[in-house]
Ligand binder design. Structure first.
Ligand code: ZN
Ligand code: ZN
Length: 204
């Protein structure tokens, strides 16, 4: 469903898979970015059929954020953009564990710097080595770098020291009223997450 319309950016949210991950579609002028295509490829494909994504991006390569990427790549003919520091090792292990099958690996387009019109991708390592956030005017999509403060348990980062640095960068960059669209759970102002998010409180 459409959750934000700033005039320049329209943001849609779909909740996908048994981990209830947030998949977002961002319309920004000519760019339509499909962010975090977790599971439920069919539902995402149907929702996006009128939006025609021009790019597909993952905040990180955990399976609940990329599980549908290979199927959607064939629907929309777009590779999955992933930060060059990210690894598919965890996603593959998870897919084997949960589904008993190998993860369908999409074509990858590795990047170090990336933007889509008024949308900027920033490397925020910590949750994983190649985690990124995607931000635009007044909002930021955080993947699992920040999941909703209302959700438990807390998310253990791969590298707490790196996460602390990434969170410090976010604190400097985003105002308290910037809306956080997290990897899991409901959106909230950055100031609220900063105060009440247990993972943030344990990390910084
Ligand atoms: Zn996740
Ligand atoms: Zn994750």
């Amino acid at each position: 469903m459409l959750v934000l319309d700033t005039g320049t950016v329209r943001l849609h949210r779909l909740v996908v898979g048994r981990e209830r991950a947030n998949c977002y579609v961002l319309e920004a002028g000519a760019e339509v970015v499909l962010l975090d295509p977790g599971f439920d490829a069919d539902a995402i494909s149907v929702y996006c059929s009128g939006l025609m994504p021009t790019a597909m991006l993952a905040t990180h390569a955990h399976a609940d954020h990329i599980g549908a990427a290979a199927a959607l790549e064939s629907d929309f003919d777009i590779p999955l953009s992933l930060h060059a520091d990210e690894t598919l090792r965890h996603a593959c292990a998870y897919a084997k564990l949960v589904n008993g099958t190998a993860l369908d690996i999409p074509t990858l387009k590795l990047f170090r710097r990336l933007s889509f019109g008024c949308l900027t991708v920033q490397h925020t390592p910590g949750h994983t080595a190649g985690s990124v956030v995607l931000y635009g005017p007044g909002f930021v999509c955080t993947g699992d770098t920040i999941i909703s403060h209302r959700l438990t348990p807390t998310v253990r980062p791969q590298c707490p020291a790196k996460l602390a640095e990434s969170l410090a960068w976010m604190r400097q960059t985003f105002s308290d009223d910037t809306i956080v669209y997290p990897g899991h759970g409901q959106a909230a102002p950055f100031g609220v997450e900063w105060r009440y998010n247990p993972t943030i409180r344990e990390t910084v």
